[in-house]
Ligand binder design. Structure first.
Ligand SMILES: [Zn+2]
Length: 207
């Protein structure tokens, strides 16, 4: 699957970032293979607009090392956020190192941010994160990651259950009764249900 077709099911760009890795029962596969893949994904996920994407591509073209640095930073944010989410959901113990990595990335991103008047004039100012094209995507990812950890309702946070055949992706369950179990019913939910049906039929035949 190309990064341009990767389903965005997290309900928040930072959760979609976590879901750029296949973490199910099979082998781990990272869809952010190079800086270009990161840029294409970020544009699709709504982390930046077309004009910003052109500025980022420009900068990375002139300074390829900055693209690789940005990719490493985005992956670091992604893995640290994943660990923090697993701890928040009670799946893994808290990893203070992961939280510290996120904090450091977040502080660096805020160091490059600026306050500006709100063009929409609904608030007095807004915080503009990602003023440097080279680091824009990683900075927005870091701020988004801390935002989702601080603001998302913990009871709505889910992981597509790997022990039940799910893919391990994380998402916010926004269903009214909080009953969403699978990241994508069309993929994970249907696959698991089909497998269960096969198993039941097999058991019935054996019985
Ligand atoms: Zn899934």
């Amino acid at each position: 699957m190309d990064v341009a077709e990767l389903p965005l099911v997290g309900g928040h760009p930072a959760l979609d970032l976590v879901n750029t890795v296949e973490r199910g029962g099979g082998e781990r596969r990272d869809h952010l293979t190079d800086p270009t893949a990161l840029l294409r994904w970020a544009l699709r996920a709504g982390l930046l607009d077309d004009a910003e994407a052109r500025a980022v591509a420009d900068r990375w073209e002139r300074d390829p090392a900055s693209g690789l640095t940005a990719l490493a930073a985005a992956r670091d944010v992604r893995e640290a956020l994943h660990l923090a989410l697993l701890a928040a959901m009670g799946i893994e113990p808290t990893d203070p190192g992961a939280l510290e990595r996120l904090r450091a990335r977040w502080v660096a991103a805020l160091g490059r941010a600026r306050l500006a008047p709100d063009p929409g004039r609904t608030t007095a100012t807004r915080l503009v994160v990602g003023t440097e094209p080279a680091t824009l995507i990683a900075d927005r990812a870091a701020v988004g990651a801390v935002e989702v950890l601080r603001d998302a309702e913990l009871a709505r946070l889910r992981r597509c259950p790997p022990d039940a055949g799910g893919c391990g992706w994380v998402f916010l369950d926004r269903s009214r009764n909080g009953s969403r179990r699978w990241c994508r019913m069309a993929d994970c939910g249907t696959t698991v249900k089909a497998r269960r049906l096969t198993e039941r039929r097999r058991a019935a035949r054996a019985g």
